[in-house]
Design a protein around this ligand. Structure first.
Ligand SMILES: C[S@@+](CC[C@H](N)C(=O)[O-])C[C@H]1O[C@@H](n2cnc3c(N)ncnc32)[C@H](O)[C@@H]1O
Length: 233
């Protein structure tokens, strides 16, 4: 039997119109849809965005993972999840793993790609890019993301401002996971001369979207997980 194919699909940042035609075509032909879901909450926004294109007969499987710092547990969970996908491919079926934004950017699909190299090295895999949250936010603000010969740092803010401090002289920064250690993030932006033009966008293109022009306000009320910061010199 011919082996199946795995599509890793970015469905965009949340606005249902920001999904690519290529993603839609792949979703329509999938036999099985996979998505990551935390063990605490099975809801998947990625599936909701794709739902107009998922046929009634297509199975949807949520692959559980836990938000934990124990990397061994995380690795084991993703190995098991990848084995589940590989079993489907071995049946000759087409699987689509859906992920928000772009699948190569801070995405759970990264685990699948790495583990597939171990579990099924000859798997037929196609990654379909998606519009990232930070590009969507820049567009939402009619703001230039980066231009000319400028530099750009795309980083996680999950541990505060340490990443920003590493890159002296950086001219533009996009910070995802900007929901913790906000004071430290803001201080690092100030020290790097990036604070004044900074803006945060929460739930861009989604219900309850918020644009926070003054980053100081993020310190008054803990931001939502779905928050990013764009800042520049
Ligand atoms: C695990 S990363 C996923 C990034 C995604 N793969 C992408 O390409 O944008 C999650 C972080 O992305 C950012 N994010 C994703 N969607 C967003 C949205 N609609 N509005 C604002 N930030 C968003 C938030 O900073 C969130 O903490």
């Amino acid at each position: 039997m011919t082996k199946g194919k795995l599509f890793g699909i970015g469905v965009g940042p949340g606005d249902p119109e920001l999904i690519t035609l290529k993603a839609v075509k792949a979703i329509e032909k999938a036999d099985i849809i996979f998505t990551a879901a935390s063990s605490k909450n099975p809801y998947s926004l990625a599936v909701e965005i794709a739902s107009p294109y998922i046929s009634e007969n297509t199975a949807i499987r949520r692959l559980g993972f836990r938000m934990t710092k124990h990397s061994e547990q995380v690795e084991a969970a993703w190995l098991a999840n990848t084995q589940e996908i590989a079993a489907v491919l071995k049946e000759g079926k087409t699987a689509a793993f859906l992920t928000l934004g772009d699948p190569t950017t801070y995405s759970t699909f990264g685990y699948i790609l790495k583990k597939m190299k171990i579990v099924m090295p000859d798997a037929d895999i196609e990654t379909i890019p998606g519009i990232t949250s930070f590009h969507a936010a820049a567009a939402r603000l009619n703001r230039v993301f980066v231009e000319g010969d400028e530099s750009l740092l795309i980083t996680s803010g999950a541990y505060g401002g340490q990443q920003i401090r590493k890159f002296e002289g950086i001219e533009n920064v996009a910070i995802v996971k900007a929901y913790k250690h906000i004071k430290d993030l803001n201080q690092a932006l100030k020290d790097s001369g990036l604070y004044e033009n900074g803006v945060a966008v929460s739930k861009c293109g989604r219900k309850h979207e918020a644009i926070i022009d003054d980053l100081g306000h993020l310190e008054d009320r803990a931001p939502d997980y779905w928050t990013l910061i764009l800042a520049s010199k």
